[in-house]
Design a protein around this ligand. Structure first.
Ligand SMILES: *[C@@H]1O[C@H](CO)[C@@H](O)[C@H](O)[C@H]1NC(C)=O
Ligand SMILES: *[C@@H]1O[C@H](CO)[C@@H](O)[C@H](O)[C@H]1NC(C)=O
Ligand SMILES: *[C@@H]1O[C@H](CO)[C@@H](O)[C@H](O)[C@H]1NC(C)=O
Ligand SMILES: *[C@@H]1O[C@H](CO)[C@@H](O)[C@H](O)[C@H]1NC(C)=O
Ligand SMILES: *[C@@H]1O[C@H](CO)[C@@H](O)[C@H](O)[C@H]1NC(C)=O
Ligand SMILES: *[C@@H]1O[C@H](CO)[C@@H](O)[C@H](O)[C@H]1NC(C)=O
Ligand SMILES: *[C@@H]1O[C@H](CO)[C@@H](O)[C@H](O)[C@H]1NC(C)=O
Ligand SMILES: *[C@@H]1O[C@H](CO)[C@@H](O)[C@H](O)[C@H]1NC(C)=O
Ligand SMILES: *[C@@H]1O[C@H](CO)[C@@H](O)[C@H](O)[C@H]1NC(C)=O
Ligand SMILES: *[C@@H]1O[C@H](CO)[C@@H](O)[C@H](O)[C@H]1NC(C)=O
Ligand SMILES: *[C@@H]1O[C@H](CO)[C@@H](O)[C@H](O)[C@H]1NC(C)=O
Ligand SMILES: *[C@@H]1O[C@H](CO)[C@@H](O)[C@H](O)[C@H]1NC(C)=O
Length: 454
């Protein structure tokens, strides 16, 4: 009796195996979509180690740049108007309990630094290089990695080489044009796709923003009516939580006394709606934009190993840096995070209602769009109990293994080499060709990404 009470006390003390509303905790930083610092979402919570009997023999990574001070659009549309309003207001913040910190708060974002990597961003990118080097100790350090030309992507790539190589200058950082007539042959193929619209999803997202922000505005305006809080101010607060955290290490705007967990989830959902229609399943072009990276990467991974050649295509590791738009399109090309997968009805319109949050959706941008978000494809040589010996492939998103819908019968839910080619053809057909889907209107386009040969 006494000992079982002790056991119970011990279990409660460690917080394990117990229902308890009193131990509820919530971290807004894991619900900030594109402004979230990197974290492992564990979605699904499969173990990231190679399956029993398998060795990784090659791997490819697509990585979004690391943390920046602020994205132009976020800054100009939301943060700058809010900060200017703060500068002009007659409200005496030290008398307003929720926002008393505003009496001394300074904007962390200057015009000059806006699109630049933060110190934490550089550190995280270098750490990713270390993580990759440690994870794949038997793979050769790559001679080349690739990046789009924007300063924030190039600096992220260079920061990664500091952690990946013994001497960073052993790795050449190849810069790939962000021009608008590159067809599929770039790390920014959405920019060369006339049918891609950078504003797609804003109307839907704004509809939901106005809905969830209304009671928040009413609450804030009850405390500080002279500020005349608007929906865009409410949105700016959430963005500042993310950006200020990656600049200063923490932010008073992340406080759960300002926005409740439910309200942070509504901010996240607003972003999910935006990305769903912008670069997700709600866009008729996203899969076609993402597929060329998948195709080129799988071709390189599947190619014969040739240790005697110095050709770039003979690397063990293929790492590329891009912007926030590309990873979600690759996710669509791979059929991952699909709200209606396995439902038997692929109804993209029924899963992201604009009047309430679908908490059970698979499409959660915080899980695949954080700063430094990465999609990995691993080639594995396996001799696992209960499976044929051979070559298998596995996809990981931010360290969580993802099983491919229709090709997950191998060890650790991996896809057998013998099934990969036909699975890829099915995906190619489902998402459509780049050129025709994008209705490319310039003469020299291409449907193939060939940067790994450059
Ligand atoms: C702030 O005040 C300036 C000068 O009075 C004015 O021009 C500007 O429109 C104001 N900005 C905002 C966001 O209220
Ligand atoms: C803040 O407002 C003052 C007075 O309205 C103005 O002179 C100043 O330029 C503003 N500062 C910023 C950063 O907008
Ligand atoms: C703001 O309120 C505090 C506390 O009531 C007061 O001490 C301070 O003088 C006020 N500041 C201004 C600028 O009115
Ligand atoms: C790194 O390699 C470069 C080029 O080979 C060489 O000049 C440099 O001294 C090396 N740096 C270190 C710290 O070994
Ligand atoms: C097409 O031509 C433009 C203009 O010369 C060039 O910038 C672009 O790289 C070319 N695209 C391809 C896919 O070769
Ligand atoms: C509050 O802001 C809204 C939106 O900018 C504006 O339409 C309204 O006139 C403002 N109200 C007051 C009292 O300033
Ligand atoms: C995939 O890549 C191969 C090799 O570059 C190419 O021949 C094929 O057309 C590509 N498939 C699609 C659907 O783009
Ligand atoms: C590969 O490069 C090394 C060093 O540059 C050189 O010694 C070797 O001959 C090259 N091998 C081939 C097959 O080209
Ligand atoms: C490997 O590369 C070398 C040098 O480029 C070439 O001579 C050889 O044929 C290649 N072997 C295979 C199996 O592709
Ligand atoms: C989704 O809605 C759009 C716009 O109403 C429509 O064009 C599209 O065909 C719908 N898709 C499906 C799968 O029902
Ligand atoms: C995996 O690597 C280990 C250690 O090098 C080796 O003993 C084993 O045979 C390898 N397994 C496969 C399936 O390649
Ligand atoms: C390929 O997929 C089929 C059906 O999904 C499965 O039965 C077969 O075992 C897979 N092939 C290999 C080599 O694993």
């Amino acid at each position: 009796m006494y000992s079982s009470l002790l056991l119970l006390a011990a279990l409660l003390a460690t917080g394990t195996l117990s229902h308890s509303p009193n131990s509820y905790s919530f971290n807004p930083l894991q619900h900030l979509a594109g402004t979230a610092p990197p974290f492992d979402p564990l979605d699904p919570p499969l173990g990231p180690s190679p399956p029993q009997g398998c060795n990784v023999t090659r791997a490819a990574y697509l990585v979004r740049h690391a943390a920046i001070y602020a994205n132009d659009f976020d800054y100009e549309s939301y943060i700058e108007p809010f900060v200017q309003k703060l500068n002009n207001t007659t409200v005496n913040w030290s008398t307003i309990p929720t926002f008393s910190f505003l009496s001394t708060w300074q904007n962390p974002i200057t015009d000059a630094e806006q699109e630049m990597l933060t110190r934490a961003g550089k550190l995280e990118a270098t750490k990713l290089g270390v993580d990759i080097a440690q994870r794949y100790q038997s793979l050769r350090t790559p001679e080349k990695i690739w990046t789009s030309t924007a300063e924030r992507t190039v600096k992220s790539a260079k920061s990664l080489t500091q952690g990946l190589a013994d001497n960073a200058s052993d790795i050449q950082v190849v810069e790939i044009s962000e021009g608008e007539e590159e067809g599929a042959n770039s790390l920014t193929p959405y920019g060369s796709c006339p049918t891609y619209s950078s504003s797609a999803g804003s109307d839907q997202a704004t509809t939901f923003l106005n809905r969830y922000a209304a009671p928040i505005m009413a609450r804030f305006n009850a405390e500080s009516p002279a500020f005349n809080w608007t929906a865009t101010d409410v949105y700016a607060i959430s963005l500042l939580c993310g950006y200020e955290t990656v600049i200063r290490g923490s932010s008073p705007f992340c406080s759960l006394d300002i926005l409740s967990p439910n309200e942070w989830l509504a901010f996240e959902y607003t972003n999910d709606i935006q990305y769903f229609y912008n670069t997700g399943y709600g866009s008729p072009v996203s899969g076609a934009i993402g597929f060329p990276w998948v195709n080129a990467t799988m071709n390189s991974l599947m190619g014969d190993h040739n240790n005697t050649s110095n050709a770039t295509t003979d690397q063990d590791l293929y790492i590329s840096f891009t912007h926030r738009e590309l990873p979600p399109t690759v996710i669509v090309a791979l059929g991952l995070f699909n709200n209606s997968a396995y439902s038997g009805a692929n109804n993209i319109n029924g899963t992201m209602p604009l009047n309430t949050i679908n908490h059970r959706r698979a499409w959660k941008s915080s899980y695949f769009l954080t700063f430094l978000t990465n999609i990995a494809i691993e080639k594995m040589s396996c001799d696992s109990y209960g499976f044929d010996a051979g070559t298998y492939y596995r996809v990981l998103v931010n360290d969580s293994p993802q099983s491919l819908d229709g090709c997950a019968e191998g060890p650790g839910e991996s896809c057998a080499q013998g099934n990969m080619t036909s699975w890829l053809s099915q995906r190619a057909e489902a998402v459509g060709e780049y050129g025709t889907t994008c209705m490319v209107d310039y003469a020299n386009s291409t449907d193939v990404l060939s940067i790994y040969n450059s």
